[in-house]
Design a protein around this ligand. Structure first.
Ligand SMILES: [Zn+2]
Ligand SMILES: [Zn+2]
Length: 476
């Protein structure tokens, strides 16, 4: 396990997670290994209106951003500000719930059931196209849509979708999910059960059936539905359970005398599956089995969601969402807490393996090292030390030294350069010594202007400060 320590700068965050719904961000908050206390002192960029939770998941410092609304406009503006405040973000993960395509053409052997996880191999913006007099013409090719993930992410996802990667991912997801759902506050997010997974035929609509209930607005034959019916549950409308489709995967679960059922004790699904495929992303909420299947067929997508398209252009993005409905007229919110928990657990499992392929981006920030040269107790000691140091650095100093700053005590994190927007991704050399032992002279030796007076400024260029602790940034 990684050593936990509060990051000293926003550039130490490499992973961002974006959630739209409260149940989604709640599950992600629950899955953090550590949450950094507020205020962190790390701040955010000017004019950044986002709210963040910062913490650690496994090896990674993770920033969680909350969307003000569902949809791609919201996710696009939130992710743009997030990337301004956290410039070293390598991967944005959109985590939460989605609508699943129960019988996707592209996955003939797979039947998708509620609680399955979908990991995006690409995001298709299905409501992107041209509106003609004659109707809406969708752009159909991959090039016309948002396209595929960058190649490094693609190869990683290819590995994950293979035999070894997928097995590890499923095992870890199950373990993290059990852990999460046993925490206080997550009992109501547990698996709703096989019987609660209901799928009606495509042409069986969610409408008022009793004549005259809504003045004849609802009509199954003509495909009309009133506002009240949209917000009502299947039970309230009397949708006929006798029409429910028989689902082989669910039936196997009901009939199987599976020891795993006992192990999970009904807390998580005994048949946790993770599928990889294209996800449709758009601003329209799909509440129609006919539209769902038409879009799924023409674009090869296996799920529907609303935020991935807004983030996709900005940075490497992956959508990890768990199916909470079938994007049909019967859809409700009953499965959202469980599905949000599954997605958060799978995101954690994803990051565990992602750490293996990018060791430079673990909790230690990329390309940054802080050296404490030595605590100099006497002037003579420091002079010797600095002379040695200068032999190597003097010839290059005017080119390499990009800033100098103070750090009052060794215990205080060197936040000054970070807060002032200086580049702290470069190596930093620290010289520890009492006032008057010669730190300023060393700066003079390197060709800088000595500056007396207190408090000193962190400054661009070569300038020394009368300080207890001095930081020098070199453009190595
Ligand atoms: Zn009605
Ligand atoms: Zn219904």
């Amino acid at each position: 396990m990684a050593v936990s320590s509060l990051p000293i700068g926003r550039d130490q965050f490499n992973i961002a997670v974006i959630c739209a719904l409260g149940s989604e961000s709640n599950a992600v908050e629950g899955i953090f290994d550590e949450v950094w206390p507020r205020p962190t002192g790390l701040g955010k960029s000017n004019n950044d209106p986002n709210t963040y939770t910062l913490g650690r998941i496994g090896y990674w410092n993770v920033v969680l951003a909350y969307l003000p609304h569902k949809g791609k406009v919201s996710s696009a503006s939130t992710s743009a500000m997030l990337l301004a405040s956290f410039p070293q973000i390598e991967l944005v993960i959109v985590v939460g719930v989605c609508g699943g395509v129960p019988h996707p053409q592209s996955h003939r052997d797979d039947e998708i059931i509620l609680g399955d996880v979908i990991i995006s191999t690409e995001v298709v913006q299905f409501d992107f196209g041209r509106l003609h007099e004659g109707g809406f013409e969708q752009k159909r090719t991959v090039a016309d849509s948002l396209g595929r993930a960058p190649s490094e992410l693609r190869t990683f996802i290819k590995y994950l979708s293979g035999y070894i990667g997928r097995n590890r991912l499923r095992e870890d997801t199950g373990a993290y999910l059990m852990e999460l759902l046993e925490k206080p506050g997550f009992h109501s997010s547990r698996y709703p059960g096989v019987e609660a997974d209901r799928l009606f035929p495509v042409n069986y609509r969610h409408v008022h059936r009793a004549a005259g209930t809504c003045g004849g607005v609802c009509s199954e034959a003509e495909g009309r539905v009133c506002e009240t019916a949209i917000g009502a549950s299947c039970r309230e409308l009397g949708c006929d359970e006798g029409k429910l489709l028989r689902r082989p995967r669910l039936r196997r679960l009901l009939e199987a005398d599976d020891p795993k059922l006992g192990l999970c004790e009904g807390i998580i699904s005994p048949d946790l599956r993770i599928l990889f495929g294209p996800i449709a992303s758009g601003d329209q909420v799909i509440r129609s089995a006919t539209h769902r299947d038409r879009i799924a067929e023409s674009h090869g997508v296996i799920a529907f969601e609303m935020e991935g398209a807004g983030v996709w252009d900005n940075r490497s993005t992956v959508v990890i969402k768990s199916v909470s409905d079938y994007a049909d007229s019967h859809k409700d919110k009953d499965w959202q807490p469980y599905s949000a928990a599954v997605a958060a657990a799978c995101m954690k499992a994803f990051l565990k393996q992602f750490a293996d392929v990018d060791p430079n981006a673990k909790l230690e920030p990329p390309r940054r090292q802080t050296f404490e040269i030595e605590a100099a107790s006497s002037k003579a000691h420091l002079t010797r030390l600095l002379a040695l140091f200068a032999i190597f650095l003097l010839p290059m100093s005017s080119m390499l030294l990009v800033w100098a700053g103070r750090w009052e005590t060794p215990e205080t994190p060197p936040l000054e350069p970070v807060n002032r927007g200086l580049d702290t991704t470069r190596p930093i050399f620290g010289i520890l010594g009492k006032t008057g032992v010669g730190k300023s002279s060393f700066i003079d030796l390197l060709g800088g202007r000595n500056r007396s007076g207190y408090p000193p400024e962190v400054c661009h260029g070569l300038e020394s400060c009368m300080t207890v602790y001095l930081l020098l940034g070199f453009a190595l």
